[in-house]
Design a protein around this ligand. Structure first.
Ligand SMILES: [Zn+2]
Ligand SMILES: [Zn+2]
Ligand SMILES: [Zn+2]
Ligand SMILES: [Zn+2]
Length: 256
């Protein structure tokens, strides 16, 4: 059976180099491997069995000195064409180039499949990210729209209430102006009567004066002082709207 060419330890150059340092690319014997792994600089170096190494270049069959071009499927060994009729007689074989071609092809196929799947996933994630972003924008717009509708309703209610206050207070103010005008006319009439009274004081004191004073008395009696009107009052009762009340007026969103 074919074997990897046996090497000698490259450190002590005496014991068989059964261990291969992957980092230094050198063969070590078991003892030198232990020393190598104890040294600070090479403490983490990785070793592999020298027998597992794939032989460099095209190795020759030890027995027939021919190129190892086949793999015996039964013995899982590299053999030459002459080995086929020797100790591997009746076994099945594969060409090494075919095995390599098959493995390379398989690897390429698997890598392509995974690449395609990850490209597909990237696309799916990007699409969903874009549609999520659009949804977020549209939710923000809806919140703004609803807020604006509520603001417009608030503005409208404020304007309507102010208009009502102005209209109704105008009526009340009108009543007060009327009462004021009444009081003023009583005052003016009173002044007129007072002038008459002063004139009568200068008149001769005879029978006609008695009549005139009596007439004046009647006029004074007729001068009616209206009772004071009911004075209008206006107050505002706060509702103390809280932020939570506003939130309850708005719709809600869900995000999962
Ligand atoms: Zn050694
Ligand atoms: Zn090393
Ligand atoms: Zn051979
Ligand atoms: Zn075999």
């Amino acid at each position: 059976m074919a074997q990897a060419a046996s090497k000698t330890c490259e450190v002590c150059v005496s014991a068989p180099g059964s261990q291969y340092c992957i980092d230094c690319e050198e063969f070590y014997c078991e003892n030198c491997k232990l020393l190598h792994n104890r040294q600070k600089l090479s403490r983490n170096h990785q070793f592999q069995e020298a027998s597992d190494l794939i032989p460099e270049g095209k190795s020759k069959c030890n027995e027939h000195k021919e190129e190892l071009t086949l793999i015996c499927n039964i013995c899982n060994a590299q053999i030459c064409t002459s080995c086929v009729t020797g100790q591997h007689n009746g076994h099945t074989f594969s060409k090494i180039v075919d095995v390599i071609g098959q493995l390379r092809g398989d690897n390429e196929t698997k890598i392509r499949a995974k690449e395609n799947e990850s490209i597909h996933n990237m696309k799916t994630i990007e699409d969903s990210l874009e549609s999520f972003n659009n949804s977020v924008e549209s939710v923000i717009k809806s919140i703004n729209d609803e807020g604006n509708i509520i603001k417009r309703m608030v503005d409208k209610s404020v304007a309507q209430m102010i208009a009502l206050v102005k209209e109704q207070s105008k009526k009340e103010r009108g009543k007060l102006f009327n009462s004021l005008a009444d009081a003023k006319s009583v005052f003016v009439d009173g002044q007129t009567l007072d002038r008459k009274r002063k004139e009568l004081e200068k008149s001769r004191q005879d029978g006609s004066l008695v009549q005139k004073i009596n007439n004046l008395k009647e006029e004074i009696d007729k001068l009616t002082i209206n009772s004071l009107p009911e004075f209008p009052k206006i107050t505002f009762s706060r509702k103390s709207v809280a932020e939570d009340d506003i939130r309850k007026m708005m719709g809600t969103y869900t995000i999962r």
